[in-house]
Design a protein around this ligand. Sequence first.
Ligand SMILES: [Zn+2]
Length: 423
Amino acid sequence: MRATVLMCGKIFDGVAEELAGPAEILVEGKRIKGMGRSVSRPPGAEVIDLSGRTVSPGFIDTHVHLTMDASRLVLQTLESSASKALKGLSLAREYMAYGFTTLRDLGSADPEWPSIDLRNAINAGFVEGPRLIVAAHILSASAGHGDLGGFYNSRWTIPVSAIADDAGSIKALVRREHTFGSDWIKTTNTGGYFSAGDDPARVTWFDNEMEVLTSTARQLGMPVAVHTGAAEGCKQAIRFGARSIEHAYLIDSEGLQMAEQAGAYIVPTMQMTQEDLQELETGTLPCQAVWKFRRDNEKILASQRLLAGSQVKVAYGTDCGMFPFRHGILEFQAMVKAGLSAIRALKAATSVAAELLGRDDLGVLAPDKLADIVAMPGDPIADIGATAKVDFVMKDGIVYRESPRRSDASVRASNKRTAPQNV
Ligand SMILES: [Zn+2]
């Protein structure tokens, strides 16, 4: 079995409140076999010197859109599903070079299943890329955030949205997601900022519709992620058992308390707000977003500060696809800017994100966990900006990116595979 020893300078194990190290990690096959001040070196083990680096569990981004490109959404409609899957693969591999070894994709605007095909191809080993967990489509009421019809003239009936307006159709949409392989159900219960013809401050599902959607998902064993803005939308999502509350743009302290009590996770996508603020300043924010974001941006930042002061479980998610993937790593810095501690931001992208996904084999460095391991120069607790300097990425025990030199004595045939280009 392939064995690798990582000599680590400092270690963030995903759960401790501070960094430890120096230490060594023994990886055998896909898993971490041992960890300690020093570990045994099986014959033929490859030794990688990360002694100048901080080592962390691979990062998890719980909110991306690999097959949705907001900057050219209407033109993208003309592309085939296969084309979207292949471009999504390229994005996923580039993103993995930043340290993201697991992604949750929260929806495509394609009538077919490009993100499911992509997940399956990676899982089967046909192509290399980060581990994907997928909600294929964004279920919505018509005139809700997931109703993309507003981007097109009304004479075009283009199948870009998964919308329903009565209980039977809502059930059918949820069941269809299950049939064709979605891991999660993604829905929206308020409008959004980028979408045309809706308002993030308004709730779009009635309680009885949300009840039908979540109970059907529950019956099928599928967790639910809810895009939500209005404080009432956040509370509705929590009341009906959403496992993750996406954005929670306008959440108030009552909503945060409800989330804490329910054990719901909030994925606050704070870098997106920074991107939107910048675009508002430079006049490049799409016109349908300008009035909403101008009205709400102060409130969104206030909600983010409330969240930073709460005990709620925060998971790392970016909404990349709505803005460039190369900015996804900046969510760490946006979280700290909003008032979260660096250690809480690091946990958000590792152990807490893994817990949200129900994956106890990920997000923590410990024996028997999957060997998804990244390393960066510097100390991310002292300077969260270190997270943007990841230069070593291992997933499932295979090295995908490696800048540090291997120690000469034990270097064997490289197990390095086709790595993404440096970013
Ligand atoms: Zn999204």
